[in-house]
Design a protein around this ligand. Structure first.
Ligand code: GLU
Length: 442
């Protein structure tokens, strides 16, 4: 059984990179008939805020990525403590007493000698008496996980292929601060084991964490999950962009982007498959496979998102948009204007065109033609296809065709040169308004 998790820290709003990670986790769970969990990584009480937890839930709901269950790390400290105690007892976690300044100095010395700034494990060489003396002075330790230098750090990443790191080139990671608070690494590994996570799907900024966490899984007697690290997002220019960090659901909603477009785009960028304006989830699920992801950064282009969104608007059924349309705008009106919209909100402009009042169009040179059209419209059988009946009659009586036949009518009836198919619009404008608008122009 597949179980994935999306594990944001509630220290801010989700941005497009987080949303992409959530989507990948969701797609993989749904495709394999598994479970998708939301894990709120709120071990950092100072930086975590309840309003961000709520925003994360709301954003996932808007995107259609609701989790099967939600867990919070802040409710699981007892479990972390138990695992921590066991790892301390087994000698895999040890206390370290260096201050931040001391560690900084050690790093600078190593870098100055052209060596990698790896922690020297001085704390491991302290005698019990030395530790007691430090604690008597009031120095409280932070805690490091002791890497096994003989155990290679290797895994077959579902996106990146075979990965390996030499543990001797890595510092023993700090897992707990001197004030007792948890850093991200250990609680995450504990939860991945405890929740039976089968696939850890996250961004490639976590690759070196994975190397370290592999030994944590092993030290806790667990088989590590499979890992998939997607390449990071870049802006349209191909560069890591600051703007991406501030683009999230609020921005998408404010600019009229549909959630289906966000999903369609983010499911495909960075893969070998083309982005397609699919509103349904099924085609995204069918094609989703980590093997189709490339190693190169995925380009996120807001202009492309807007285009995909417009093409999705053209497919949206009335039921999905009804609550965002102006009062009175019905099924037929939506069907008539939908092909011309970039955003659902723009339907209101066309509703105004249909309902009026319209400022009279300046059609002085076409006054006679419009007056003639008004007379034809008034006498027309309005029940079938009034637009073709109207233009057919005018074509026969005036000999006009093409633009000369249609454009003055469109201008008189809508005040614009372009827009939805007049055959769909005219029944909505109706006989009364049609005649009045043509007369006003005539
Ligand atoms: N809270 C971590 C983050 O947001 C989770 C990383 C993970 O998926 O393990 O980066």
């Amino acid at each position: 059984m597949t179980t994935t998790r999306f594990a944001p820290s509630p220290t801010g709003r989700l941005h497009v990179g987080n949303i992409r990670t959530a989507l990948h986790n969701w797609l993989w769970a749904r495709k394999t008939g598994g479970r998708f969990l939301l894990r709120i990584d709120d071990t950092d009480a100072e930086r975590s805020e309840e309003r961000f937890v709520e925003a994360i839930r709301a954003d996932l709901a808007w995107l259609g990525l609701e989790p099967d269950a939600e867990v919070r790390q802040s409710a699981r400290f007892a479990l972390y403590q138990a695992r921590f105690d066991a790892l301390v007892a087994a000698g895999r976690i040890y206390p370290a007493y260096e201050s931040a300044q001391e560690l900084d100095l050690k790093r600078k010395v190593l870098l100055g000698r052209g060596l990698p700034p790896v922690y020297d494990r001085a704390a491991l060489r302290l005698t019990a008496a030395e530790r007691t003396a430090l604690e008597a002075e009031g120095v409280r330790p932070h805690w490091r996980f002791r890497l096994d230098h003989d155990m290679p750090l290797a895994w077959d990443d579902l996106v990146r292929g075979p990965q390996s790191f030499d543990p001797a080139t890595m510092s023993d990671p700090v897992v707990r601060r001197a004030d007792g608070s948890w850093l991200y690494m250990l609680p995450s590994a504990i939860d991945d084991i405890d929740m039976g996570i089968s696939h850890v799907v996250r961004g490639e900024d976590h690759v070196s964490n994975t190397a370290l966490q592999l030994q944590m899984f092993q030290a806790m007697g667990a088989t590590a999950p499979a890992f998939a690290h997607a390449a990071l997002l870049t802006g349209a220019e191909g560069k890591l962009s600051k703007r991406l960090g501030s683009l999230g659901v609020d921005h998408f909603r404010a600019t009229g982007i549909e959630p289906q477009a966000v999903r369609a785009l983010l499911a495909r960028i960075g893969t070998s498959d083309p982005v397609e304006p699919v509103a349904a989830m099924a085609p995204l699920l069918d094609g989703f496979d980590f093997a189709r992801f490339g190693r190169a950064p995925a380009r996120f282009d807001e202009a492309e998102l807007a285009q995909v969104s417009a093409r999705i608007v053209h497919q949206l059924p009335f039921d999905l948009v009804a609550d965002r349309l102006p009062a009175g705008m019905d099924h037929a009106a939506w069907a008539a204007v939908r092909p011309n919209l970039e955003r659902v909100a723009d339907a209101a402009d066309w509703w105004q065109v249909i309902e009026g009042p319209l400022a009279p169009a300046d059609l002085a040179e076409e006054a006679e033609y419009c007056a003639q059209a008004a007379a034809v419209a008034e006498a027309l059988d309005w029940s079938a296809d009034p637009w073709h009946a109207l233009t057919g009659a005018l074509k026969a009586s005036t000999g006009r065709k093409g633009k000369a036949l249609f454009l003055p009518l469109r201008r008189a009836l809508t005040g614009r040169d372009h827009g939805p198919d007049m055959a769909a619009l005219l029944p909505l404008i109706g006989r009364e308004r049609t005649v009045a608008r043509l007369r006003a122009a005539g």
